[in-house]
Design a protein around this ligand. Structure first.
Ligand SMILES: Cc1ncc(COP(=O)(O)O)c(C=O)c1O
Length: 291
């Protein structure tokens, strides 16, 4: 049997974090200490893990307790088709209001995800046709690129450089190609540069996207991971965002839940509706509980 890979799969580079993990395991087999920050190995050859962002502290107790209780409730043993239980969407909208001061309609502006990665990788399938362009920061979290390739789209890189504070330079994007651009990904706080952005940057992106009819996908997975009192804004704190944007949120990093992931997309109801249509054909929802 000739198991020929699809052309789309052949176009994908090896998944970065899997490759980093392999390299880490190999180095550990060679006897080097991992995440030891230089104290274990007298020759200073310890490995500092800069791979996948995986919190190494446990999930808070109140979540573990609520989840253990929920597993005994037969209600949670059944499919949760489509947008899932209202309780989770209402809780997400309530948190959003408290945290960002932004109103979201839990009925059609919040949608649960099996981790934000899943929504990020699926969103291009909703809007991108073969030949359409997606703007992707470089470097960036790999699913922006792979999701685009799975949808048959072309990636146009937006370099993140130190002289531009690791923000994409919108003026540097090739103007001749803008009519083909369907979507753009941005991500602040940023992985891997750790850069942050302000509302002025969001405003510039919204104006640019509105002018050129581009959907903004803002990946806010690290919105709660900041230091020195900094509070990252949501893109929806800026006027006009709901007309053009969707934002991805994750409980993985906020609540140390990478082993039992859950996330949600929120924002423009028509973008959410299209993502929901893709997901209805791929997964069958998550049975979310609220705490
Ligand atoms: C930038 C970024 N976005 C999204 C995710 C996905 O998180 P999850 O699917 O666990 O919600 C990650 C995970 O490492 C990430 O680094």
């Amino acid at each position: 049997m000739d198991f020929k890979l699809s052309n789309k799969l052949k176009k994908l580079p090896p998944y970065l974090f899997v490759e980093i993990d392999k390299a880490k395991k190999k180095a550990a087999e060679e006897g080097r200490d991992i995440i030891d920050l230089g104290v274990g190995d007298p020759e200073g050859r310890d490995i500092i893990d800069l791979g996948v962002g995986d919190p190494d502290i446990p999930t808070p107790r109140f979540i573990i307790d609520a989840l253990s209780k929920a597993t005994h409730d037969p209600k949670t043993h059944r499919y949760s088709l489509d947008q899932g239980l209202p309780e989770f969407r209402e809780a997400a909208a309530k948190w959003f209001k408290k945290r960002f001061g932004v109103d979201l309609d839990p009925e059609n502006e919040v949608y649960p995800l099996i981790g934000s990665k899943e929504g990020i990788a699926h969103i291009p399938l909703a809007f991108v046709n073969p030949g359409d362009i997606v703007l992707v920061p470089d470097p960036s979290y790999p699913p922006y690129r792979s999701g685009t390739i799975f949808a048959g789209g072309e990636v146009l890189s937006m370099p993140l450089t130190e002289n531009h504070k690791f923000l994409p330079d919108l003026k540097a994007i090739n103007h001749h190609l803008l009519h083909k651009v369907k979507m753009m990904f941005i991500n602040y706080p940023n992985n891997p540069t750790s850069a942050i952005c302000d509302k002025k940057f969001f405003k510039d992106v919204i104006d640019f996207a509105t002018k050129h009819n581009i959907i903004i996908c803002h990946d806010a997975a690290y919105s709660e991971v900041s230091f020195d009192g900094l509070r990252m804004p949501s893109i929806f704190e800026v006027e006009g965002a709901k007309d053009v944007a969707i934002e991805f949120h994750s409980l993985s990093k906020t609540f140390n839940m990478t082993g039992w992931r859950i996330g949600y997309a929120c924002g423009n109801s028509r973008i959410i509706e299209a993502l929901a249509k893709v997901k209805a054909n791929i997964d069958s929802g998550i049975r979310e509980e609220t705490f």
